[in-house]
Write a protein that binds this ligand. Structure first.
Ligand code: FUB
Length: 454
């Protein structure tokens, strides 16, 4: 059934806009704005960043999460929505809590490690799904948990010698050595000693004397092993430890990201991409956002010369763009830097489409390189109502209008046809605002667009 985000979300927006200090949907950070997302897990593959997240349901009151989502970007600012290729129903043995996971690539496959509640035990356990594509579809690789001890937040690291390690935990911290098939392990789960030298000192909670809370993220850089984690609850901040081996001993190194951002949890994901380093996290900065309605965001950072982290703070601007976006190849309509009012869904022609478009909604795509100039614009659209118009503005919603395409009714929300219109004045590099106009109610859907040059 075609429904818009719930009434609770709209009510949340009305109260929260006045209360929230940081970003609105007009800012570029958080980077995902069509739904609430949490627990970012970035993966660099073939010149793109694939971003795996959880999905906080609208109106979530206690980590109500039923599916995981995938996004990707080649430039760190325009993110393409690949939908949800994995959810609780993918695991016959699980019934709730699609929480924080991570994907790693190996053997030509992509392995997604995720925590869920076991239907039979009622306790959290960790499953593994596999796909030959980073965007799925993923299937349960085992039909049962890979490991289950009631704890959460798996992260996987493959060392230079090929040995893979699965780490997870809250309140304790564990690892196992994964076999090369990535879906079995050798030896039993081993507990990592949570010492104050290794993980810092927490006061006021005798059962948790160190700062380690959850959300470990393990990787290696310049021969040093990093264990980044969500520290102290609540509200959490992000801290890290380093070691000279993947199994420690670990030395506490301090804070990376202080407590900020209207969410009492946070969750790290760290990558190097295209010569820069990026820190992914989540906060409650979108309208209606908070501890159970979180959003994934990113900052670019530079390691200190000795390999330690600088302090990273949350911003509404996010990371700068890497390169530009080519408007002369087909671009998915669900490739978005920021937006207002739209949502996405599976398209009958593959991938996703943008829908739920109403008068005044818009999408911004950043850093579009027109070069010598575009002469026309084409889009693939569908409308079960009377359609509307796609206005093409440069650099702001009220910026220069370089073209406007009429979208007719097509007889259905998935009855696709091409429309095109002439363009003039689009030269050089600009942000493009697609401003959607028309009558009342839902107007039309868009699944892709492109500009054309002579
Ligand atoms: O998203 C549910 C849980 O909240 C995650 O598993 C934790 O890391 C925390 O972010």
């Amino acid at each position: 059934m075609r429904t818009r985000r719930g009434v609770a979300w709209i009510a949340g927006v009305l109260c929260a806009v006045a209360m929230l200090p940081v970003a609105t949907a007009n800012a570029d950070n958080p980077i995902i704005q069509t739904i609430y997302t949490a627990d970012p897990a970035p993966l660099v593959h073939n010149g793109r960043v694939y971003l795996y997240t959880g999905h906080d349901e609208d109106g979530s009151t206690n980590f109500t999460m039923r599916e995981w989502r995938v996004w990707s970007s080649a430039d760190m600012v325009n993110w393409t929505d690949h939908g949800s290729p994995l959810n609780l129903a993918s695991f016959s043995w699980a019934d709730a809590n699609a929480w924080a996971g991570q994907v790693v690539a190996r053997n030509g496959n992509f392995y997604w490690y995720v925590p869920m509640r076991s239907r039979s035990t009622g306790a959290m356990a960790i499953g593994v799904a596999v796909s030959s594509s980073p965007t799925g579809p993923f299937r349960d690789a085992l039909g049962h948990p890979l490991v289950g001890n009631g704890e959460i937040d798996p992260t996987v690291f493959i060392d230079d010698n090929g040995q893979a390690y699965l780490y997870w935990g809250n309140p304790r911290l564990w690892f196992v050595r994964l076999n090369t098939d990535m879906i079995s392990f050798s030896g039993g789960p081993t507990q990592i000693p949570l010492t104050t030298a290794g993980f810092g000192t927490r006061t006021g909670n005798p059962s948790r004397p160190t700062l380690f809370e959850e959300g470990p993220w393990v990787y290696k850089r310049n021969g040093l092993y990093y264990l980044v984690f969500a520290a102290r609850c609540c509200s959490e901040f992000i801290a890290y430890s380093t070691g000279t081996s993947p199994t420690g001993p670990w030395t506490f190194r301090g804070t990376i990201m202080p407590t900020q951002g209207s969410s009492f949890t946070n969750h790290p994901g760290v990558i190097d991409f295209n010569g820069s380093s990026y820190f992914f996290y989540h906060n409650g900065a979108l309208p209606g956002g908070g501890g159970f309605t979180r959003s994934v965001a990113v900052e670019r950072f530079t390691y200190n010369a000795d390999g330690t982290f600088p302090t990273i703070t949350m911003t509404a601007a996010g990371a700068p763009q890497v390169g530009t976006l080519n408007p002369y190849v087909q671009q998915e309509a669900e490739t978005i830097a920021s937006e207002s009012g739209v949502e996405t869904e599976r398209s009958s022609e593959g991938g996703m489409n943008v829908g739920w478009i109403e008068n005044g909604d818009w999408i911004k795509v950043k850093g579009v390189a027109f070069g010598a100039g575009a002469t026309s614009f084409s889009a693939r659209v569908a409308s079960a109502t009377g359609g509307g118009r796609i206005e093409l503005h440069l650099d702001s919603l009220g910026g220069t209008l370089v073209g406007a395409c009429t979208v007719p009714g097509t007889g259905g929300w998935q009855s696709w046809r091409d429309v095109s219109c002439s363009v003039s004045g689009a030269t050089g590099t600009h942000d493009v605002y697609f401003r959607f106009t028309g009558g009342s109610g839902f107007l039309f859907n868009v699944t892709w667009w492109r500009f054309n040059a002579l």
